[in-house]
Design a protein around this ligand. Structure first.
Ligand code: KG4
Ligand code: ZN
Length: 331
């Protein structure tokens, strides 16, 4: 079985081919147009997807050395994401499927982050996924393929959103997560004790207070600019420490509560080096198997859509041409 996967939920236009022998190609066209605005501008994202989607798909097919007619199903991100961006991917894919009579698969972007762990590995069910991205932070009990129970999620900002918003306060470019990660490696995690919210709740998260506390902390300094230039790495390290501590503490709660012995990390923030290290330590302490996707499969990509589409097609989870995009998980 050969699956073409297409991702366009936010600011990456991506296409990949996955077949019985594994991943055959994985192409990403990132949209540089948003950098100057310090965040993703939805209208510009839709236009950029529209411009590059066919070229990106063509490249994925060429690199996999496969003709469109040999594709057994096309998997596309159905949501969650930016409505305009999702629509470009969905309309393009429906056109492709209709014109060549190819079955369609609608993929949940958050599921795909989880199943990215199956590109290079075979985690055993049941497992707990800590899914941490720019838009979501969730603890998911995956009991069997596509049988998920949500244990808890963030009540406000997602972990990636916290990194990005705090980065903006610190004057760092968007997306700030990777920059804060890099700077943290040269800073002191104990320089300042930033708040770790909602530790009395087992599985829910709250990150919006952290950015406010960083803002007030900077305002309290005599000369904010000088303080920042001297201690930027220390603040990054202390912020990373606070975010990853909360994530790991809740992940520990999930393992202990469910008794599940396999953990996976998923989503853009699972690229974070401090989180990866703490997760490895946790797995060793709790005697769990841990899976973390390769860096290229942590942030948005189409390989994760293609493999999820492959797993869904195996289970005959096909969609009709009336497939609708959804912006939010609870839409
Ligand atoms: O999964 P993703 O690519 O997109 C969404 O589905 O949201 O996640 C993007 C998020 C951004 O907030 C970005 O700052 C964060 O992942 N991120 C990181 C790192 N790499 C990406 N956060 C912390 N450390 C990183 N190394
Ligand atoms: Zn994502």
């Amino acid at each position: 079985m050969k699956i073409l996967g297409i991702e366009s939920s936010c600011d990456e236009t991506a296409a990949a081919v996955y077949d019985n022998n594994g991943l055959q190609s994985n192409i990403i066209a990132s949209q540089a147009v948003h950098e100057q605005y310090g965040g993703v501008v939805p209208e510009l994202a839709s236009r950029a997807h529209h411009k590059t989607i066919w070229r990106t798909v063509r490249q994925a097919l060429d690199e996999a050395d496969i003709q469109l007619d040999a594709i057994d199903a096309v998997a596309v991100t159905q949501g969650p994401g930016l409505m305009g961006s999702l629509l470009v991917g969905l309309c393009f894919t429906k056109g492709l499927c209709l014109s060549r009579n190819i079955p369609l698969v609608g993929v949940n972007h958050m599921d795909a982050h989880i199943y990215a762990n199956f590109i290079d590995n075979q985690p055993e069910y049941p497992f707990i996924s800590l899914t941490v991205s720019g838009g979501h932070t969730q603890l998911v009990h995956v009991k069997a393929p596509f049988e998920h129970a949500l244990l808890g999620q963030t009540r406000d900002d997602a972990a990636g959103e916290a990194f990005d918003k705090i980065g903006k306060i610190l004057g760092l470019p968007y997306p700030a997560g990777p920059v804060i990660d890099e700077r943290s490696q040269h800073g002191d995690t104990q320089f300042h004790d930033f708040p770790q919210a909602m530790l009395d709740n087992d599985f829910e998260f709250s990150f919006s207070g952290l950015k406010t506390s960083v803002m007030y902390y900077l305002q309290d300094q005599k000369d904010e600019e000088e303080f920042l230039s001297e201690h930027l790495n220390d603040i990054c390290a202390s912020v990373s420490y606070a975010i990853t501590e909360v994530l790991i503490k809740k992940l520990r709660n999930a393992i202990e509560h469910t008794g599940v012995k396999t953990i996976v990390l998923a989503g853009g923030v699972s690229a974070n080096s401090m989180l990866r290290k703490k997760a490895r330590d946790l797995a060793a302490e709790e005697d769990c198997e841990l899976y973390i996707p390769k860096l290229a499969y942590c942030t948005d990509n189409a390989a994760m859509i293609a493999i999820t589409g492959y797993m869904m097609a195996q289970r005959k989870m096909f969609a009709g041409m009336n497939l609708k995009p959804f912006a939010n998980l609870n839409a």
